[in-house]
Design a protein around this ligand. Sequence first.
Ligand code: CMP
Length: 431
Amino acid sequence: MKINFGAFRLIWYIGMLITATYAVVDAPFRLVVNISPQGWTLCLDHVVTIMFFLDIAFHFFFPVHVEGRWITDTKTISKKYRQESLYIDLIAAIPFDLILAAILPEHFTQLILASRMLRLMKIPRLWHYKKYFEYSLKLNFAIFRLIFFLYMLGLIAHWIACGWYYITIDTFPDNYLVRYFNSLYWCITTLTTVGYGDITPVTTIQQAYTMVVMLLGVGVYGYVIGNIASIMGNLDIAKSVHQEKVEKINDFMVSNHLPQDVQRRVKDYFSYLWDTRKGYDEASVFADLPESFKIEFSLFLNKDILERVPLFKGASNAFIKDVVMCLQSSLYLPGDAVCRFGEIGDKMYFVNKGTVEVKNMEETLTYTTLQSGDFFGEVALLMSTPRNATIRAKDYCELYYLDKHDFDRVLERYPEFKKEIEKQAKDRLHQ
Ligand code: CMP
């Protein structure tokens, strides 16, 4: 039986992230303030234990991703889990504090609380959850990385503050929450290398700890600034790549004194490209994909044109696949000439969006307008004659084209397509 763990696993991991965060924040805090969990906090502790054990149980069934494949066979899953993290998860889950509290006298509170630090063994799992969220949530990668990064930074600051609390226990006010807040304040000012100097190390241990945190601070500071800059830069990678391209071309046009009209048209072209396709060029996006994906992507992206062009309706799957893989897209601005009367033709076009006008040589007469789903440019390819009309874009046009080589190949392979297209070409010639 195959069970779909997707949605359940996601919810479970969100729950586990909250639980594990509580556990790794609570354990060092309780150790330094020396307060054992009681009442509702003890209940929460039991919830953590139960959740950690359930997490172990679920991991014997959750499919694992190995070398690009999801393994669903429970034998392999449990073997992998046993080899990788079962024992670490077990140590984090076992309530050692309860066991020690049952066998040790009361004055061993510190040891009992210290045993709760084993909950921190769950920290590596946080990366595991992060990876899964990245995989299954439709979030912007950069924003997700930024959130996780700030989350980890918060945890590190908390652990360092707990350490400072522990070694400065006598120098601070009585209220443990105020003390903790002071420690956190010291930690943030030191980590960010601000260091106001209002809280200073007095003992040798404090000085040593401060030195380590200061060194860490330099690294963390550099890492934070570097990471945030890179994350911000990647926030909208498509936009920055597009802007860079536009700026380069603008520079080129200005330094080569291209006519203002041409410059404006190029800018219009790029802004249309951005508005309609977020600046992506299909060919470069596809370049790294294997052939099977290319077909799937092309079929999906070109589904509009396949539905619109009557010529493709009812065609066999093999034909559609063949044609789709050869179709290339191009954009035209209002007034652009797609092809001119008398030129040698090497492409046949399909109109996906927009309208084109079919004109005579002098462009004094418009024979007809062609719209989404129509095609043109077939006559020159079929009859090996020059173009018999000029085609101009009436508004922004998205055209797909087949070049001569692909056109001939498709015609040779699919005679029914050849027949249909020849019939339409003859009709047009008569007109
Ligand atoms: P071709 O000659 O290759 O290039 C110009 C194209 O305009 C031509 O192929 C036809 O596809 C198209 N065309 C020419 N005349 C007409 C017409 N009267 N109606 C529709 N399309 C035409």
